[in-house]
Design a protein. Structure first.
Length: 294
């Protein structure tokens, strides 16, 4: 979890830098900053999974005054500010981009102005600056929000987990605890690995298969034939096949049972989306925990 927190913090700082640059004289192009776009999903998915785990601490009711009641107040406040700012920024940005910005296209690394797909003239430096700064500003405004929300949510989940552990320790009957070395992976770490690995396999494997087949066909068949459709057909098939690999592998690795610190194994099938149940059964105490809700 600390790893994702660090990633979210770095992403947030980088987004702020990109956003600040978009107001300056030399804004960054969206092509230089796309890793930040991908990074959002890398930290946002673990945050959502962390939020879905376990009921709130028993005993005293936590007053839900914010989205992340266990995170520090100032983080929640900054999150609200980021949210409001992102909405205003998006509205203004879209109006400016659609109504008042020349429609630049990139051709061979240069910016040009086109009309009905025909070349009119090369864009001036000022037009490039305006275009880059306005598009960059819209995106980075949202990146800031998502990274900050991820960081706040992760810290919230970690603090809540600590509170819950303290609750369990107080209530626990020592005889029931698993006596050997508990598995290293927590339920959260295990279900996060499962989700991310499935997403990577679902998109990555078909890409590799498709490109490989295209290169092979290119070499074998000099002229395009009906066989060139094979890579396209292989795309969905390999995606469905690849998505089944991570659950099969991770089924063999136990996660730490939240009740007894014993070995909890993943019982579910392929992960299809945030509503897929992620049941784990502990072979030491028999407890079944769903890592996806509660
Ligand atoms: Zn157990």
């Amino acid at each position: 979890m600390v790893f994702f927190m660090l990633l979210a913090l770095i992403g947030f700082v980088a987004s702020v830098v990109v956003h600040a640059e978009s107001w300056g004289p030399r804004p960054l192009d969206i092509n230089q900053t796309w890793p930040l776009h991908v990074g959002i999903f890398v930290v946002f998915i673990p945050m959502i999974l962390g939020q879905k785990r376990g009921p709130g601490p028993t005993g005293k009711r936590v007053q839900r005054t914010s989205n992340f009641p266990n995170a520090p107040e100032w983080m929640n406040m900054l999150l609200s500010i980021c949210g409001a700012y992102a909405v205003i920024n998006l509205l203004l940005g879209v109006i400016l981009l659609i109504g008042f910005t020349p429609d630049l296209k990139q051709r061979d690394g240069r910016y040009v102005i086109e009309k009905n797909r025909t070349f009119i003239r090369a864009a001036t430096a000022e037009e490039v600056r305006v275009y880059r700064s306005r598009s960059g500003r819209v995106f980075s405004g949202h990146w800031m929000l998502f990274y900050w929300a991820s960081l706040t949510g992760l810290i919230d989940a970690r603090r809540r987990a600590t509170l819950q552990q303290a609750d369990r320790d107080r209530a626990f009957v020592p005889a029931g605890r698993y006596m050997h070395t508990p598995p290293r992976l927590s339920l959260w770490a295990h279900s996060t690995m499962l989700t991310l690995a499935t997403v990577v396999c679902f998109f990555g494997v078909p890409l590799v298969v498709c490109i490989g087949l295209m290169m092979l066909l290119d070499r074998l068949l000099p002229k395009p034939t009906i066989l060139n459709i094979i890579p396209v057909l292989a795309l969905p098939l390999s995606a469905l096949f690849a998505a089944r690999i991570p659950p099969r592998l991770l089924r063999r690795i136990p996660a730490r049972c939240p009740v007894c610190d014993g070995r909890a194994y993943y019982q579910g099938g392929t992960f299809y989306g945030s509503n897929t149940p992620l049941p784990y059964r502990c072979i030491d105490c028999g407890e079944i925990t769903d890592a996806s809700d509660n």
